[in-house]
Design a protein around this ligand. Sequence first.
Ligand SMILES: Nc1nc2c(c(=O)[nH]1)N=C([C@H](O)[C@H](O)COP(=O)(O)OP(=O)(O)OP(=O)(O)O)CN2
Ligand SMILES: [Zn+2]
Length: 145
Amino acid sequence: MMQQIYPVPPHDYMYELNKDFHFAAAHYVPHDEAGPCQRTHGHTYFVNVTVAGDVLDEQGFLINFKMIKDLIHKRFDHRILNDDPLFSNEEANYFPTSEVVARTIHEVISEHLSELPNKPVCLQVFLRETPTSYCVYRPKAGDRS
Ligand SMILES: Nc1nc2c(c(=O)[nH]1)N=C([C@H](O)[C@H](O)COP(=O)(O)OP(=O)(O)OP(=O)(O)O)CN2
Ligand SMILES: [Zn+2]
């Protein structure tokens, strides 16, 4: 995973950061048709987050790389994702699937970025759940904040 380059759609921002990190978590997909995924099982999730912007802060950072990791790793590492209030076992749009976890990572990071004076944006979250399965979440261009 580390030192891989992930494709990002073209954009006009002058700076683009990418942060790779991983976290270990358990989850299950609470649906009768989810097969073995209905049972609690674990993954080492590999994540790549893309943040872009035009203005640097007083440290010369768009955002500290460490902050990107900490926002997600401190919340999800060695947890059961289904227990986190960001997810739900009732509504499919909030089951902790790859798609929803990737979108949720985007939401957590975007909420933090929106508080920063230099207003960077999160363009993409790449989430690898297994060696053969991954999801890329990108907000619609008009929904970037
Ligand atoms: N669209 C989605 N499909 C599946 C998800 C998901 O989050 N989104 N999740 C699962 C399971 O939770 C599982 O963790 C991953 O399944 P799978 O890729 O089938 O894993 P394998 O390692 O068994 O894959 P192989 O390539 O067959 O070894 C299922 N589907
Ligand atoms: Zn799984």
